[in-house]
Ligand binder design. Structure first.
Ligand code: T46
Length: 130
């Protein structure tokens, strides 16, 4: 369903660098990259699941809460470090809340944008997974 992992920063006296490679940290071919930023105070996003899409999600700056719900378990993950990533693989309802003003939420995706892959209604999501 999802997996939380820590990236391995290449730190030295100048600062930090994180490298993500397909076949290593990213277990799928990346077809699309998008990022969410300048989210207004109090706004939430998401509220959908994907039928087939796989994604690795992390914040390159700032923080937000990522809620993942598989229909029976709902879990909140605080994404507050560029060293922390989540792999979402499977039909999982997601919501994003509590964006800090400096949050840049980066997403590496296994497929191109396809609205027909979205389940944007929670009851439809529950029917889909059952
Ligand atoms: C997800 C979470 C984490 C595009 O045209 N191309 C794209 O690649 C994306 C992601 C979106 N859009 C359009 C579709 C909507 O008209 O941009 C608009 C906003 O998309 P949406 O409301 O789906 O954004 P979020 O922040 O609710 O969800 C996004 C992703 O859509 C979703 O796949 O898992 O971030």
């Amino acid at each position: 369903m999802f997996e939380l992992f820590n990236f391995d920063p290449k730190g030295d006296s100048r600062g930090s660098l994180i490298s993500l490679e397909v076949g290593k940290e990213i277990p799928f071919d990346i077809k699309r990259i998008y990022y969410i930023y300048a989210t207004k105070a109090g706004e939430s996003r998401g509220f959908h699941a994907h039928k087939a899409l796989k994604q690795v999600i992390f914040t390159v700056s700032g923080a937000c809460d990522l809620v993942l719900d598989n229909g029976s378990v709902r879990q909140t993950i605080k994404l507050d470090s560029p060293e922390k990533g989540v792999l979402v693989d499977g039909v999982v309802w997601r919501e994003m809340h509590n964006f800090t003003s400096d949050c840049v939420l980066m997403v590496l995706a296994s497929e191109e944008y396809d609205e027909s892959d979205y389940l944007r209604d929670y009851d439809e999501f529950l029917r889909w997974i059952n």
